[in-house]
Design a protein around this ligand. Structure first.
Ligand SMILES: [Zn+2]
Length: 99
């Protein structure tokens, strides 16, 4: 048996209502997800993931999906964290630019 577990970083306001653009090419990004299948028995990897609220007795693996942005032009995933850092830097740069 396999389970799917969604993890969210960031709040819905940030992800859904603000416009976000690809740091690489400037295209408006869509919402996507990063996917990683972790086997319960993979000692090293499983340690980094939260299996705590899952009934692991009957599970072999969990499909961990993390929300992120997806650039349809570059075909890359951009995590919320990376996007936030990029936007903060750009904002500071714009403020500096105006003097
Ligand atoms: Zn792009």
């Amino acid at each position: 048996m396999k389970a799917i577990k969604w993890t969210y970083q960031g709040n819905p306001f940030y992800t859904h209502f603000k416009k976000h653009f690809c740091p690489r090419c400037g295209t408006k990004v869509k919402l996507g997800y990063d996917r990683k299948i972790i086997y319960r028995d993979s000692i090293i990897e499983a340690r980094n993931y939260d299996f705590s609220d899952l009934d692991t007795n009957w599970l072999n693996s969990v499909d961990f999906r993390t929300r992120c942005f997806f650039c349809p032009n570059c075909e890359i995933n951009i995590s919320f964290k990376v996007m936030k850092e990029y936007e903060e830097k750009r904002y500071q740069f714009q403020r500096k630019g105006r003097g």
